[in-house]
Design a protein around this ligand. Sequence first.
Ligand SMILES: C[S@@+](CC[C@H](N)C(=O)[O-])C[C@H]1O[C@@H](n2cnc3c(N)ncnc32)[C@H](O)[C@@H]1O
Ligand code: SF4
Length: 402
Amino acid sequence: MERVRGVGPLSSAWKAEVIPLYNTRLHVRANSYFTKQDRISAVSKLGLYIHIPFCSQRCIYCHFATDTVHNDKHQLYFEALEREILQQKSVIDTPIHTIYFGGGTPSLVNPNYIPDLISFIRQNLPVVKYPEITIECNPESISKEKIDIYQKSGINRVSLGLQAWQDHHLKKLNRAHDIETFKKAYLIIKNSKIKNINIDLIFGLPKQTIGEWKKSLNEVVKLKPNHLSLYSLEYHPQTPLMGLRISNKISPISDSLDRRMYRLACEYLPSQGYSQYEISNFSLKSFESKHNLNFWKGEDYIGIGLSAASYFKGQEWENTIFWDKYIAGEIAPKIKISKNQIKLNKLLLNIRLNRGISSKQISQSKQKLLLKSKLIALKENRIYLTKKGQDLENQVSQILYT
Ligand SMILES: C[S@@+](CC[C@H](N)C(=O)[O-])C[C@H]1O[C@@H](n2cnc3c(N)ncnc32)[C@H](O)[C@@H]1O
Ligand code: SF4
């Protein structure tokens, strides 16, 4: 049985770690039978995530379900995506407001697969008239022709993975691009009709200095993207990065340096016009990612594709991570979630947002405990994570869970 490759044999623990990260990518899009009024009155804003599990090469830190399969498998996969959409069609009766092509590297495949799939989605699912449609792109696989095809198909947001401004870091991470390739790709997108661009960066890289991180932020801000996502490097089991750590060939930076890097970004970016609206996300005014925001608000989402997760109408399910099973049409069992769990899930997501949550959402006893530990602050009946709470979000979750 063939499995999407990249990180060696999968343990169930590995799989468990994959899924929550997928959940952080959402999308929406609409079709002609939804009017402005539909958009205003819609009770729930459904996000549609489409996973494209192909990459030109594997970055050493990556634990996502992706592979470097030959191009001849791409068409087979897109056919399987259409099959899954038809399988889900009868249950999806909520307007889809965002669509997100994530990966993997959606920009790696023949660009014409994307408009074809968008048309297929519009024909078969209830997409609103003006959805946000995002595509994740890697610098080495961008061309003007591709971006034009995306834009004509309705894509209005591009998320471009950079990670670091220094070629020596990109090389060590086994990124398939250098900084020159990134700059060229960025300019192609900036000069296109797509006016909403996100850049992803990772901080806390082995041997990364605070000066290098500052430079990454400075240079990226000069490019004036609308949105920035910043992630602290995570060491996942079964990745080459973890192998290097176990064999003492690299060492993680200290927690205090990691936090200094994060704080630097949290202070610098707002001074440049980028408001922080979530722990890892910053944007110019009105350019928050609608797809991801819906996720953090606890709205429903449907994930299509290998390993994709869904959370819909009180049920959740996760697609197989095995290529052969997915291509053969395996359907994931739907699991009912209790009302209490739904409430708690929503709370844990909502609290990551800078706008905070209503104090009514947390019991007095838990509030006392969290306030005493200085993990939250209470202001005008709203609860916010403090700096300490952002750093120790797991502790907050544990208290809310008990
Ligand atoms: C799964 S990737 C897909 C996008 C695209 N293939 C790329 O690499 O830019 C999405 C983002 O997740 C982040 N990411 C992936 N693995 C990570 C890790 N181990 N630690 C921190 N961030 C990670 C990176 O910033 C990356 O841009
Ligand atoms: S390009 Fe993106 S999805 Fe592919 S291996 Fe690298 S980080 Fe993972």
